[in-house]
Design a protein around this ligand. Structure first.
Ligand SMILES: Cc1cc2nc3c(=O)[nH]c(=O)nc-3n(C[C@H](O)[C@H](O)[C@H](O)COP(=O)(O)OP(=O)(O)OC[C@H]3O[C@@H](n4cnc5c(N)ncnc54)[C@H](O)[C@@H]3O)c2cc1C
Ligand SMILES: NC(=O)C1=CN([C@@H]2O[C@H](COP(=O)(O)OP(=O)(O)OC[C@H]3O[C@@H](n4cnc5c(N)ncnc54)[C@H](O)[C@@H]3O)[C@@H](O)[C@H]2O)CC=C1
Length: 330
């Protein structure tokens, strides 16, 4: 397909932006869309009375050579910094230090700094939920939830969580079928902020109990607001699934209770709290899909669910979508 129309990318999480960066670098023009008010998706940070809080991705590791090289560049530009928390694990009702040698990265001064910087000046439409992707005689067009049409586009890359991608891939039934077989688990996230710092050295903890999966001292990450002692708690997938429709107040109460039982120091009532439900937090299993493509049609799909369900997997999947598109057009 030869065309000067831009490539539409639906989703400004790390996967969509990874694809956008690679395509832009190869000389293609792109147009991004996101239903949210800003970029980042599950790497977004929530601005709050207690400062910016990383409610989704907490940190990331870089095991792939290409991703590690990119993270080095991000570090050189000041977008990320190493986070070296005092790590613990909680298992069988016991809390123990659990230091290791793993390098863990975070966006600075908040997780969303990375996607914000990657987006740069690329054209984007926020608060625009794409409801339909359809092909005219030569080009692709998108219809948003308000009924407004966008296009023409030469290709479309769908970079949303799998359950949100299947309807957008209806023009390529094979891709839609593959995507429909990928299930994703929810995560309830709660942030708590205390006036007085809790009396614990713990800054990050892998939790194995019925309610929690992870907890972190948000303010221990580089560049964060330290006025209040801020914590982020993640419920396990199974607890989140069982309590999907609980009110935010009830979720805060449950997670606060589990946290107080686990942490081994006095936990007063928080000065500030909020809850956020990630409906499609992580793929139920890891996949080796790379990125999905119907190259003849010009329709692609990428996201963490294609690979490891982590920041690194999402970035790699975006790169793979761009690579496939470029290879088919050479
Ligand atoms: C609670 C939680 C904790 C996590 N912790 C870690 C961690 O510690 N380390 C780690 O490596 N990973 C972690 N992850 C996973 C990591 O955040 C994801 O793997 C990664 O951010 C996924 O990126 P993505 O671009 O594939 O998808 P997303 O970030 O979900 O981006 C998809 C984008 O598409 C947009 N969108 C969806 N539908 C539409 C539509 N119809 N129209 C327009 N836009 C649309 C969304 O608004 C979103 O911005 C965590 C995730 C969660 C939820
Ligand atoms: N809550 C959610 O929705 C999601 C959470 N995600 C978490 O994101 C993290 C990212 O994974 P990686 O990049 O591989 O990071 P990682 O290597 O730090 O952790 C991988 C896993 O290894 C275990 N682990 C690692 N270090 C320790 C330690 N010092 N003590 C005890 N156990 C340890 C722990 O179970 C952890 O989940 C993992 O913890 C995932 O569970 C990923 C995606 C979604």
């Amino acid at each position: 397909m030869t065309s000067t129309a831009p490539i539409a990318i639906i989703g400004t999480g790390i996967a969509g932006l990874s694809a956008a960066e690679a395509l832009h670098a190869a000389g293609y023009s792109v147009q991004l869309f996101d239903k949210s008010r800003g970029s980042g998706g599950r790497m977004a940070s929530k601005r709050s009375d207690a400062g910016a809080l990383d409610l989704g991705a907490q940190y990331f590791t870089a095991r792939d050579r290409r991703f590690a090289a990119t993270v080095q560049q991000w570090q050189a530009r000041g977008w990320v910094e190493e986070w070296t928390p005092s790590l613990y694990q909680f298992a069988n009702g016991t809390l123990n230090p659990s230091a290791d040698e793993q390098i863990r990265w975070v966006g600075k001064p908040r997780m969303s700094a990375i996607t914000r910087a990657m987006l740069g000046a690329l054209p984007v439409k926020f608060s625009c939920r794409i409801a339909e992707v359809f092909r005219g005689e030569q080009h692709w067009h998108l219809l948003d939830a308000e009924g407004e049409s966008h296009g023409p586009f030469s290709h479309v890359i769908v970079a949303t969580p799998a359950p949100q991608a299947s309807a957008l891939l209806a023009a390529a039934p094979k891709l839609a079928g593959t995507v429909a077989s990928v299930s994703m688990d929810p995560t309830w996230a709660v942030a708590l902020a205390f006036e007085k710092p809790l009396d614990t050295p713990l800054e990050g903890c892998f939790v194995q109990d019925d309610v929690l999966d992870w907890t972190a001292r948000n303010r221990s990450k580089p560049g964060r607001d330290t006025t209040l002692d801020t914590w982020v708690l993640h419920a396990s997938s199974s607890w989140s699934r069982q309590h999907l429709d609980l009110s935010k107040e009830q979720v805060i109460e449950h997670l606060h209770g589990a946290f107080a039982e686990m942490i081994g120091c006095a936990v007063p009532a928080p000065a500030f709290s909020l809850a956020h439900r990630w409906l499609y937090a992580r793929p139920s299993a890891a996949h080796q899909l790379g990125a999905l493509a119907d190259a003849d049609l010009g329709l692609y799909a990428c996201g963490d669910w294609c690979l490891s369900g982590r920041v690194e997997g999402a970035w790699l999947s975006g790169q793979e979508a761009a690579r496939k598109l470029i290879a088919h057009n050479q």
